[in-house]
Design a protein around this ligand. Sequence first.
Ligand code: PAF
Length: 286
Amino acid sequence: MNTVKTVRELRAAVARARSEGKRIGFVPTMGNLHSGHIALITKATQRVDFVVASIFVNPLQFGAGEDLDKYPRTLAADQEKLLQAGCHLLFAPSVEEMYPDGMQGQTRVSVPQLSEGLCGASRPGHFEGVATVVSKLFNMVQPDLAIFGQKDFQQLAVIKSLVHDLNMPVQIIGEPTVRAADGLALSSRNGFLNEQQRSVAPVVYQGLTQIGGAIKQGDRDFPALIDAQIKQLETAGLRPDYLEIREARTLRPATPEDRDLVILVAAYLGTTRLIDNLHINLDATA
Ligand code: PAF
C-alpha cells in the first residue's frame, strides 16, 4: 500500500488504477482506526478493485473548545491496519495541502435542514465542515463509490444529500455500526474514557435498544420513552446532549404514524461526547 500526501500524487495514483480499468472505492476517515473503519475497508475491497482511504483530521469540522488538538493521531499504526485490510492507497494530506489558501475564505458546502438539530445544534458549523471536506475529497479522488459508517447517522444523511443535490457521480454506501461485546459503538473517542467511564458507557446503547424494543411492541408515547431514558442516562452519570426519535430518511421529528424510525443520542461522559443511534424500520421483514 502506498501513502501519498499531495493531491498531485493522489490523482496520479488513481489515474493509473483507472487506466488499468479498475473501479475506485473510497473510505474517508480521520484516522486512529478501529474495527469499525476496517469493516468499511473490507466492504470496499469486496465491491471495487482499487481502495483508497484518507486520513485527515479536518479542522473545519471542529468548533472552538472541541477536541481538535487532542484528537488521536496514529499514522504508523493506521498504515499497518490499512495494509492488512487490503487497502491500496492512503491519502494523508497536511492541513496546508487541503486548505492551501487557509480556511477563512474557503468555499463552503452546506446542507440546510438535515444539518440542523441533533449534532448540528450543539456543534454549529460541524456539518458544513464535513460537507466541505467530503466534497473536496470526492473531487480529489473521484471514486465510483464511497463508504461511511452508520454510527454517524446524521453525517451519512448530509453526505447522501449533498451528493444528490450537487449531482456527484458517487455511490454512497452506509455500513452498520461495529460494537464492542457489551454494545458500545466503536469510536476513536472511546479511548478518552477512563476505566470507570468505559464500564458505564454501554448504557447509551442499552437505552436505544430499550426504546426500540418498546416501539416494536407498539408503544408510541415517544415523549415518555425519551424522558425515561434521559433519566436512566443521568442516573448512570451521563449528561445527555440529545435523545430523539426521528423519521429515518428525512430526519424530521417522528410522528406515531411513521414506520421508518431512527433513535439518536449524544451524551457526555466526563468531557467525552458519545453518539449512537438505532434504526428501526417497522416494515422490514427481517
Ligand atoms: O466521519 C469522519 O471520520 C469524518 O467526519 C469524515 C467523514 C472523514 C470527514 O472528515
